[in-house]
Design a protein around this ligand. Sequence first.
Ligand code: SF4
Length: 480
Amino acid sequence: MLMNDISPASTLVADQQAPLRRVLIETWGCQMNVADSERMLALLATDNYQATLVPEEADLIILNTCHIREKARHKVVSRLGRLQELRHTNKDLTIAVTGCVAQAEGKSLLASHAIDIIVGPGKIAELPALVANHKQWKQKAIAIGFSKAELLDPADQTCQKSALEPPPSLEGKNPVARFVTIQQGCNNFCTFCVVPFTRGSEISLRPRTIRAEVAAMLAQGVKEITLLGQNVNSYGHDLLAASSPAGEELLAAPEEQPFVALLKDLVTLPGLESLRFTTSNPHDMTAELAALFATEAKLGKHYHLPLQSGSDRILQAMKRKVTRADYLSKISWLRQAVPDMALSTDLIVGFPGESDEDFADTLSILAEVRYSFVFAFTYSPRKGTAAIRFKEQVPEAIKQERLRRLNLLQDQITLEENQAEVGKIRQVLVHYRSRKNPLYFYGRTEHYRLVRIRSDQEIRGQVLGLTILAANKIALAAEY
Ligand code: SF4
């Protein structure tokens, strides 16, 4: 038996003695931040905080920040400037900065700006106590850094993501699809990336903690879970190395890749319709994982495999540890498992030293793989990373022109791939109803394509077999 059930929801409840307070969380950046914001809300709910979207109502404002793009600090400082006005009418307001900017630049931000609390991604469990302290004593506080030992035992109440935490409330959230973080940090040090510096080295949550959180969400009616990590394919390797009790849980299936074992276990949970994950480093992606898609329908028919560049020279400069040929062979594993597998990727254009030929290699891989969608960005130098010191920085105008050409080509491919869906019957999990027009719902096919569905019945949370009637580059259209 791989994992044991534990009961996460039963032990922490809202402190009914505490006054009702309101918290506004502004979340920037990736899905990891979305999951962290939900976790902060769940933790603060035990001190009777309820979410609000209105800054004037808030007793606590949290900016959950992203450091992946340039000018991250500038963006935070600018937002803080506007929030200071609220202090004129609300003397008790607490302002906290969390996320990757807090981790990377928290010390100098706290010294120079009107922030009360700084909390890095590795210290979220400390947030409620720091907020309570600030409310009582008006003490500024900073909690940054990473603490591995706390993570390994979910019975420990200081655990960074303890199984004793309540599951996040579904109020105001998508009640059908939710994120669950399975791993923090990254050990790879790609030369452009700030994540290993802001989120630390890889820390996997133990399997039974993840299982309990997923089970709690499913019990609330959630149908789709997306597992989050910077490098999910290497999930569990740190637990094995630590020879901890969690490692022993993984070793219950010694012949399997820990991430594959985790997926195989989670798909057995009752109520789960769809299990997705992001993000994968192609270096750690295995044939074993690709093969699982052939037998496990709940994993769907879509894989997001970040490439970053189609040029071997640039991949080497990025320290991605794969060649173009390695990457394409992993794509072929996936398409052997599921011949019509939809693929998506991340690409960077204008990395230092990228020549016209290197960029042409990136364009050619779009045509070769025919991705269903691509997240493409211009290279943005990040403090502390190796690539900021590379000599041949590409001028901004060239980066922008390459991005424009890449997006033009990919838009055409996305349109053609979507139009090829017209007339087919696809299984669609319906996620939410349009706020503007209640006759329209939105869902995702097993290939992760967005579908707009016209229906005069309530269909949220259902898996429907729908004929695709039309398509543009954004979405497919169907009726129920
Ligand atoms: S694998 Fe991803 S998160 Fe890790 S350093 Fe590379 S780009 Fe950053």
